[in-house]
Structures are given as structure tokens and as C-alpha cells.
Design a protein around this ligand. Structure first.
Ligand SMILES: C[S@@+](CC[C@H](N)C(=O)[O-])C[C@H]1O[C@@H](n2cnc3c(N)ncnc32)[C@H](O)[C@@H]1O
Length: 349
């Protein structure tokens, strides 16, 4: 029987109020990021009047949003409706390198939000919410719109940049002559692998992303010629030439059925003693902590992926192991890092 004592009842109510209004925090974060408020404040504290004028917005309505962001410590509010930057707002600056701000804008952009609006209908119909709302898949949506594409690519690069050191400390890629990143986006991960371990790299992704990869790899201080950029569709063919394939936050976008097709193509591409390295955030099992060291709750993030993509979203390690083992792979090793990105190394059965 669930307790109804006054103390626990108060705590439960607080929880409901907090959860109910969490979307307001998300939306304020999105709007302020999208308007470039954090870029402006980062250059120096200023009044709401100045911020409204520079962003061409209504001063009084903007004030509600900025004050709310100050209440959750994203900004600091000073007397005279002056807003100053904080350590958090500095992470949300989007006029430079890929940042957490790009991830905020990608995850909360209107097309994503539309998918949440029709979630009950999508659940009843058993269809992909993003596709029901937008009549196309999330990748296609991003690549059809310049702003969405740029934001998505930077969001992915931000995640990679913030997690890659922990991974490279935890796993020795130096054992391979050539590593291929399948669905590797702009190439941040493969560039870092090549830079740290001196192996050769192959980046495989769709042509829309790969077109900017060479420049991005160069900007990371890696000779772009050290990485062969190949484009195509994982469902058709994955190129040969690497002893190890890495797939980071890639297979999780697909259903078991689609994932099996991709895994079959990986098998075709790898030599018999090759390795497939799955890099993911894993949803915790019942007896595991629900929050990772970097604050990410994989079970919560998994819903976002599931709403946006056709697949099963992020899965538990056991679910991935079963998926891979029934697709002709054998689990060799679990890779644990100091952040929410972990890994599983598989050999061919
Ligand atoms: C969620 S992103 C992950 C990117 C990168 N691995 C990372 O972790 O930052 C998925 C990537 O898969 C690519 N992708 C999607 N469908 C693909 C397909 N059919 N063939 C090849 N790449 C594909 C997308 O272009 C995108 O770069």
C-alpha cells in the first residue's frame, strides 16, 4: 500500500509540480538559445531592454523567460532587470564551436516538439511520432533544412567532443590498423581516434553530412588525408577495408529488424577476425543507477530517441547483446568510461 502520510504526500506533490512544469524550463532554454540570448549575455551583462532590442523581441514577454531562467540558475538576475552570464549559460553559447546550445536547439526544435504533441495518436496507431507529425524521418528533415542540418551536426559533434576523451582512455584503438566509423557524422570521433592512436581511419555516412566532414576534421588538427571519407547507405552496403567498425549512437536509431540488416552488412564488410564496437549510452537495468556521472539519465533520453526515430531507441546492455548475438556476433568485452558513453566489443561468430 502506498503511504499517504502528510510528509510523503507533500514531497509527492512537489515532485508532480516540478515534473509538470519541466517543459517550461525546456522551452525557455530553447527560446533563449535560439534567440542568441546566451551569446549576447556572454559578451557582458545587460538589461532586458537591451536584450529585447538586439533580438527584436517584446521586452515584457522576454523578461518572463529570462527571469525564469535566472530562477533555475541558468542566468543571474541583478537589480534593474540586468542579466549576467553563469557557468551554465556559457555552455549554451552557439556563435562559436559546437556546444550544448546546439544540442538544446536540435532536441527542442519545432519539428521535434510537433512529434510530442501528437504522441497519444502515434501511440494508438503504433507509428513513429516524428514521422506522423512531419511526414518524413528525422534525418531527412534535418538534411532538408539548412538550419536544422547545421544544428544537428553541431549537436552531435558537441556530444562527441564532450565524451571522446573518456572513451579513448578506456579502449585501445591502437590494436587496429584501420578503424571505420559507420554513421560517424562529421568525423569527430574517428579524427580523435586517428589523432590519439595513429591508425588509419574511414568515415562512412550519408553524402549530406560527409560534405562538410573534411573541413571539420582539419579544424580538429588532424590531416584530413589520414581519413578516407566514404558515403552511402548502410542498408545497401558498408565498405570493406577496416578491421574494426565503430558505431556510436547509430544502431539505436533503428528497430531490431533494421538493425539486423545493418549488422548483416557490417559482417560482410569485416574480416573474420574483425571487431564491431558498439558505442552507446545504455539504459540501466532495474538494479543499476539511473543517472550517469555526466548527469544524463539514459532512460529519459531514450524516450526522446524513440519519439524521433523508427527504432527501439537506446536499449539495455542485455538487449543489445541479444540483438547482436542473434545477428552473428559474440560479446567480447564491455567498455566502461567515466561518462554516459559506454561500449560493447563484439567479434564475429
Ligand atoms: C545520431 S547521428 C550519430 C552521429 C555520430 N555517430 C555521433 O555519435 O555523433 C546518426 C548518423 O547516422 C547517419 N545515417 C543515418 N542514416 C544513415 C544511412 N542509411 N546510411 C549511412 N549513414 C546514415 C546520419 O547522417 C548521422 O550522421
Amino acid at each position: 500500500m502506498v503511504s499517504t502520510s502528510t510528509t510523503s504526500n507533500t514531497a509527492a506533490k512537489q515532485k508532480v509540480f516540478d515534473l509538470m512544469l519541466t517543459f517550461v524550463k525546456s522551452k525557455c532554454l530553447y527560446v533563449a538559445t535560439r534567440l542568441g540570448i546566451f551569446d549576447l549575455v556572454n559578451k557582458g551583462e545587460q538589461t532586458v531592454e537591451s536584450l529585447a532590442q538586439k533580438t527584436n523581441t517584446d521586452t515584457e514577454r522576454l523578461y518572463f523567460i529570462l527571469r525564469a531562467l535566472a530562477h533555475v540558475d541558468v542566468l543571474e538576475e541583478k537589480p534593474g532587470r540586468v542579466f549576467a552570464p553563469t557557468e551554465t549559460s556559457a555552455l549554451l553559447v552557439t556563435d562559436g564551436e559546437p556546444s550544448a546550445g546546439h544540442l538544446v536547439m536540435h532536441l527542442i526544435e519545432p519539428a521535434q516538439w510537433d512529434a510530442w504533441k501528437i504522441l497519444p495518436e502515434a501511440l494508438e496507431k503504433g507509428v513513429v511520432p516524428f514521422e506522423l507529425a512531419n511526414n518524413k524521418g528525422v534525418y531527412q528533415h534535418c538534411y532538408d533544412n539548412e538550419w536544422s542540418k547545421d544544428t544537428f551536426i553541431k549537436a552531435m559533434s558537441f556530444l562527441t567532443n564532450s565524451q571522446v576523451d573518456g572513451l579513448l582512455n578506456a579502449y585501445d584503438f591502437g590494436q587496429y590498423e584501420t578503424v571505420m566509423d559507420v554513421g560517424g557524422g562529421q568525423g569527430g570521433l574517428i579524427a580523435n581516434i586517428v589523432k590519439r592512436y595513429g591508425c588509419k581511419g574511414i568515415l562512412f555516412d550519408m553524402p549530406e553530412v560527409a560534405e562538410t566532414a573534411r573541413e571539420y576534421i582539419g579544424s580538429l588538427g588532424v590531416d584530413p588525408d589520414a581519413i578516407e571519407i566514404k558515403t552511402g547507405d548502410v542498408f545497401k552496403e558498408i565498405p570493406q577495408g577496416a578491421e574494426a567498425i565503430v558505431m556510436k549512437h547509430f544502431i539505436s536509431a533503428w528497430s531490431d529488424q533494421d538493425a539486423r540488416k545493418i549488422l548483416a552488412n557490417c559482417k560482410q564488410a569485416l574480416p573474420q577476425d574483425g571487431r564491431l564496437i558498439l558505442l552507446q549510452s545504455f539504459v540501466p537495468d532495474l538494479d543499476e543507477p539511473k543517472t550517469e556521472a555526466d548527469g544524463i539519465m539514459p532512460g529519459i533520453f531514450a524516450v526522446q530517441i524513440n519519439v524521433a526515430t523508427s527504432g527501439g531507441g537506446w536499449r539495455t546492455k542485455k538487449q543489445f547483446q541479444e540483438l547482436f548475438e542473434t545477428s552473428g556476433f559474440k560479446l567480447e568485452k564491455i567498455i566502461k568510461t567515466d561518462n554516459s558513453l559506454s561500449g560493447m566489443e563484439f567479434s564475429l561468430q
